[in-house]
Every structure is written in structure tokens, then in C-alpha cells.
Design a protein around this ligand. Sequence first.
Ligand code: CS2
Length: 495
Amino acid sequence: MRRLSPAALADLPAGTGPLLPPQDTGVGIVHLGIGAFHRAHQAVLTEEAMAAAGDASWGICGVTQRSTAVLDQLGPQGGLYSVLVRSAGGTDVRVRGPVRELLCARDDPAAVPARLADPRVRVVTLTVTEKGYRHDPATRRLRTDDEEVRADAAGRPPRTVVGQLARGLQARCAGDAGPVAVLCCDNLPANGEVLAGLVADFCDLLPAAEGERLRSWIAANATFPSSMVDRIVPATTDTDRAEAARLLGVEDHGAVVTEPFRQWVVEDSFAGGRPAWEHVPGVVLTGDVEPYEAMKLRMLNGAHSAIAYLGGLAGFAHVADAVADDDLAGFVRRFWAEEVVPTLDVPGGFDVTAYQHDLLERFANPALRHRTAQIAMDGSQKLPQRLLATARDRLAAGGQPRLTALAIAGWARYVTAGTAEDGTPLAVDDPLAAELARAGGGAGGGRAATEALLGVRAVFGDELPADPGFRALVLEAASALERGGVRTALKEALA
Ligand code: CS2
């Protein structure tokens, strides 16, 4: 079968082509971390904004950090790829064309700061996952003892994300390339502010005068808006690519799969202008993203992680199957209503009851095939903002966050037990895997392993594990998991 390419666009089925002629689209955005999530979320919404406003100057130069897979997928296709939007009712497909250039940072590290210094580039977006920032999840500061960070600060062409940004901003300063906004789109609370802090931490590693010059250029010329991003995007499989080919009549190596829902709440603070996202359904431009961020991270992502660990241990490979289980669905409903919602400062006019109902429906989407193992990845980087923040706030308010504690104990068991309850091996894919194994790996996933993991400061910090109430709840849940597995622990926690 013929492969998707600019030349093949003329033969696509009606209504499935890009909204703008790709060849007329100029690059105004550099995106760091061009994986499936970016292609199904910001890239789509940006293409729609360009089409709505008739402004084709916000095309995207996509940077992949290490993997050349995206280059192999999209390069020969002239940056084109299709988005399959799946629901119980069927699949909608459309080829998207906002990605105009591709770069691999590993193969050409000097090219990234150079690209960031183009005056036509006015927005830099990022989806590099939590671990990509090389920060300490508990303190949210740059790990300035990280060898790669130090090597970047010493002056080599940068290989870390924060190094790339800092060197790119330095190159903009040197070339007088004008103001720019750096827009973090990862699942971290106050993500813009945190990223600005990481760049400032990097400046501290530079020779004093150089660091100072960059800091003052940034203060005058760069903004770091926060944003909350939401769209479920499971990893693409061969079956998905086969479906894309069937629907389009061409082979697409870069296809991505997602759900109908999409949301992007963006702090409207763009030093160098921005795409007209206000025209796009699903985008909210606001002065304060924080309430939305906390809500989404604690509700959606918190429940996702709970389902990944407890569901994964109980042998559920997919989210939709896990929430079809009455005990797990009951757990999720009560986790939200009794423990998460009371910690939220719900945005004005927002219906948090409807939100819970809709979230459970999204999780139950039978067509998405979202793997629990995919969500389980990098738990050390996800736990603080998804589960620990809820536990901390509930305890401070005098509550007993038993269900949150069970999810945390589920994580500890998942990363130390070796196998699920049916004997299937559980892989631990986490930047702190070695440290987690050192701390609790020999203990077979039981209460002792959980107790040992509470000492991992990068995840738990100092205060929470010292709180006797927190320890008691987590260890009680760990004992229940050890005694009778997920089923028993759920029943006890819900009793
Ligand atoms: C998921 C998220 O993999 C994960 O950790 O919880 O990717 C989730 O699907 C998105 O944040 C939804 O917006």
C-alpha cells in the first residue's frame, strides 16, 4: 500500500485531510518531546486555531529527545500523520499537517538551541514527561548534582531539556530574536512556574556574569505560562495502524489514537503572541490555571494511577476492564467524592459531580484499550502530585484518607512484588527503579517493602512519612494487600 505523504493527500477520502495546506504553514512553535500525546492534543488544537484565524504562521518544529522512531514515522510522510478518535460509537479519522519540521536532539544537539533562536519562533511547548525535567519530584527543584545537567551547564551542546531551553534562550538573547513564551504541557502542578524555577536553577550553575545576563534577559523577554492538558492517548499499536490504513487507503506509520474529549486550560501570558486558540473547542484561556491543574491531576491522574497499580496487581491489563469491576469502580467513585473533592478549590461554575461521572465514562471507553502498564510507568515522578498531595491535604484537615493510602500502598507493592496476583511479571519502568529496588526489592512486595519505600525521600520528602497517621494508613493498606490481595484490601478500605 502507498504511504501517507503530501502527494497522497489528493487521494484521501473526503473530509479526512489537513485543515490547511501544509506547504503554506510556517514554523512559529518549537515543541520539545513530539510523542503521541503532543500529536493528538496541542498539535491538533493548534492546527484548528490556525485554520479558524486564517493565520498559518504557527506550524511546529517537533523535537524528539532520543528516539529516532518519530523521525522514521513522520519524516518520510512530510510530517503528516492521522489522528484516530475512538468512542463506543466508532472511529473518526483525520490527517493533520501542523508538524512542518523534525529534529532529533540526540543526533544534533546544537540544532535545538539554534532552532529556538529563530525570531519567527515565538512559542516553545513541551511534553517531555515528568522525568524529562530532571527535577526532584518532592522539592520540584532541578537536580543540580545530575551529571547530564552539570555537563550541559559546563558548555557542551545541551542534552537535557532544561539545558536546551536555557541555551536556546541564551541564543535568542545573543541574536536579539525577541520575546518568547515557554509553555509546559506536562502533568505537573504549577508547571509554568516550576519550569521557570528549573531554568533559574540552571542559570545558577553558569559562571556568575553569564547566569545573571540570562536571568535578566528572561525576566524582560520570556514568560512561562502554566497549562493543564487533558486527553487520553494510549500508545499506538499495529492494530491501530492497520485501522488507519483501512480508513485512509494509505499506510500511516505515525498514526495516533485518542478519545473525543480534549481540554487545554492555558494561562494567557504569551510574551511573543500565540495562536488564536480561543477559537478552538476545548481550550480555555484564563488568568489562573492552578485550580484546574490540581483538579485534573488529583482526580483523573490520581485515579488513573490507582487503577494502574491496584488494577494491574489484580490482573487487569486495560483501564476499561478495571473500571468494569464493581469493587474498583466503587473505589474510584469514593476516592474522588470522599477524599479528593474535599481538597479542591473547584473553579467557579464548574460542576464537579458531572466531572466525576464523565471521567468514569471516559475510563470505560471500550475502544481505547489504554494499558494499565503504560500508566504505571514512572510512578516515582507521578505519585507526589497525583496521590500524596491529596493525602497531605486530607490529613491536615483531620481526615483519614484510607483510599488514597491504599493507592499509595498499591504502588509500593506493584514496584516491589515482581508479579501480579496471577503470576504475570510486572515490569518496573521508572527512573528511580534502582533506588526502589535497593530500598524495598528484597522484601517481596509486602508491608516491610512498603515501609522501606516510605523512606525514599525523592518521592515522599521528609514530612509525610514522619506523620504517624499517614504511616498507619499506608501500612494498614499494605498489610491488607499482603494478606488477601487487592480484592480484600478494597473490601476492607470500602467497608
Ligand atoms: C496517564 C496520563 O499515563 C499516565 O500517567 O495518567 O497520560 C493521562 O492519560 C493524561 O494525563 C490524560 O489527560
